[in-house]
Ligand binder design. Sequence first.
Ligand code: SAH
Length: 341
Amino acid sequence: MSIYDLTIEELTDYFLKNEDKKYYAIELFAWLYSKEKRITSFDEATNLKKETRERLKKDFSISNIDIVTVESSKDVKKYLFKLNDNEHIEAVLMNHDYGNSLCISSQVGCNMGCKFCESGRRKKVRNLKTSEMVEQILKVESDADLRISHVVIMGIGEPFDNYDNICKFIKIINHPKGLNIGARHITVSTCGLVPKILEFADFPYQVNLAISLHAPNDKIREKLMPISKVYKIEDLMKAIKIYLEKTNRRVTFEYIMLNGINDSADNAKELARLLKGINAYVNLIPYNETEALQFIRSNPLTIAKFYDILKKNNITVTIRREFGGAISAACGQLRSKKEDI
Ligand code: SAH
């Protein structure tokens, strides 16, 4: 097991069980996560007893993922990582005026099968471990020599299909002695796994939730997202209302603009009706075309018109700023394998 799989509470239990000092957990977290330390071997944690360090070496590994390549374009870097079992995943670093944000992957492959998404062309191979998600941040911070202030779980994979590891990941990166990334700076994006949305409503961290909606009704959504055959929009909206009541947090709805499929004025009006009175924020995403998939991005005028209709209907809406298209690092373009499949 990797040491980055453990929350500070789990590490505390570990030390207690081994009759070590409880405060070692805090000290080890500092060695692992504070910017000045970031040890690569337990031997460097010099204020822990020698015996403890030896035991840690036996019980845990430290690094389990490696950077293979980094591709850069303006304000964006795409990282390809190799995992212990030779699988590959990607993460994307974006420099914003408000800080540095990292889009991380949560699975190798993805089972959701959204028709428009490149990542979904490869079936899920496995969930990422908590440590493999934590390490995406650590490796990028040290490679790019900067601090990640924002994390979005929007890379390869469906985070709510890897629910427990995602929750642990959030606990570790949010902890003041961990990476200290504010909960409000962390966003989880889901295609809409209803039972997990309900469970997440009780997760006591103020993280942001984004829902990949992409259609104003089931008929269109079913053509795009197989998951909508399992959870209808009505069930999804019911769950979101419960989530909103419990958390009081605004929910983001992501809506890809696909030419001729979901971008008409009627679609915009229907979407506005669906979201009326809900504490929502709509993020319109100009579709990123990929070679293998047939969808076409809506033209800018259509997007502007769609935007205006939502605005006129008092829906808070933005058009997503585009990042990373030149290096296939944009939404939906990430792959879990280097080679073509
Ligand atoms: N599985 C999660 C998170 C990963 S996808 C989810 O579905 O939310 C992150 C976002 O990118 C989702 O809203 C997804 O629908 C969107 N996306 C996928 N392919 C895209 C593409 N080609 N262009 C633009 N956005 C895309």
